[in-house]
Design a protein around this ligand. Structure first.
Ligand code: BT5
Length: 319
């Protein structure tokens, strides 16, 4: 965030502070102070202006400056009310040379899942893509997908929702249906796209789609979705997004920590699974996950390491 803007916000948070005081403290003109205050109001910040000066009354519910202010991660956050797909927008920014930028929106009109599936993204969700330029070989990129899933699961737990992770990229909430059968409803999905040579990634776009303050009726019922709001009531999307980005930043900075963290939240390990891989199918017991994100399946005859695919949980091992 622009340094002066950040200092204005700091001062308003501690306010009230008069225009002349602020101008002197920041060493800018009174007109410049007024412009910053107006720009922040346009961003949705509720700034009171009384006889004793300006003070911050409330943050906007969502938005780029709101998420960036106080964010303990080095991302520039660009916000739009609506775009077709934040991943597509972030890919465009990658072509322009950008780095450590997050594209954040309230709604997507053409959100995408893996294999070009549709990702339903009505207003009220947290739909974002983080554009990074990691210094890693392309084969390590799946660790970024796992890191994002862990980050989302942790933020969801902090918000009071007992989220787990279904291999490879689904953040889910486990429960039981009316008949007492176990269910796993999908809270969030991750889509990582990248470009580069085999030995080095040029850029990676990690898309995270989280059903935050969304009505389940607005999501495809066959997907068995779940939302944060449905579980614990509306969440503060500003704080939730900050926590996701902070956790993601910690994990991407220490890729060796990703797999152990992932195991903590895994709902797949210990289950009988069927994994549809490109051109094949593997059925067996999910016994482990290996860096950078491969699932190890014990078929009874052998241990198979699966690097990509769609996974169905059949039943716990031993039942
Ligand atoms: C994913 O794909 O789970 C990855 C989703 C990534 C979405 C984010 S949002 C920000 C960024 N910009 C994008 O355009 N995409 C990323 P996959 O594992 O293929 O799951 C897709 C399937 O999930 C669909 O076929 C539906 O069955 C189901 N689905 C669609 N929308 C859903 C939703 N909002 N909640 C739960 N399930 C959904």
């Amino acid at each position: 965030m622009q340094a002066t803007r950040e200092r204005v916000l700091d001062a308003l948070t501690d306010g009230p502070v008069t225009g002349p005081e602020l101008a002197e403290r920041l060493d800018v003109s009174r007109a410049a102070v007024w412009k910053h205050v107006e720009a922040l109001r346009e961003e949705g910040f509720d700034i009171a202006s009384e006889d004793d000066g300006y003070s911050l009354v409330a943050f906007p519910e969502f938005g780029g400056v709101a998420v960036e202010y106080g964010l303990d991660a080095p991302f520039e956050v660009t916000y739009h009310d609506s775009v077709p797909s934040t991943n597509a927008r972030a890919r465009d920014l990658a072509q322009e040379g950008a780095e450590d930028v997050v594209v954040l929106v309230d709604e997507q009109t053409g959100g995408r899942g893996r294999l070009d599936r549709e990702w339903s993204s009505p207003s009220g969700g947290v739909w974002l893509s983080a554009l990074t330029r990691p210094d890693i070989p392309a084969t390590h990129a799946p660790a970024y997908t796992l890191a994002a899933a862990v980050a989302v699961a942790r933020a969801a737990r902090e918000a009071g929702v007992d989220a787990g992770i279904k291999w490879p990229n689904d953040v889910v909430v486990s429960g039981t249906d009316a008949a007492g059968e176990p269910t796993e409803r999908k809270l969030a999905g991750i889509l990582t796209e990248m470009e580069g040579e085999a030995d080095r990634v040029s850029w990676a776009v990690v898309g995270m789609g989280i059903n935050a303050n969304v009505d389940t009726d607005d999501l495809p019922s066959e997907a068995n979705p779940v939302t944060l709001a449905g579980e614990v009531g509306p969440v503060d999307r500003r704080v939730f997004t900050q926590r996701v980005l902070e956790e993601f930043d910690d994990l991407r900075s220490d890729l060796d920590s990703v797999v152990p963290a992932w195991r903590e939240y895994a709902t797949t390990l210990g289950k009988r699974v069927r994994v549809e891989t490109p051109g094949d199918e593997v059925v067996g017991d999910a016994v482990d996950i290996e860096f950078p994100g491969a699932l190890v399946v014990d078929t009874g005859a052998e241990r198979v390491t699966v690097t990509a695919g769609d996974c169905d949980h059949l039943r716990p091992v031993g039942e």
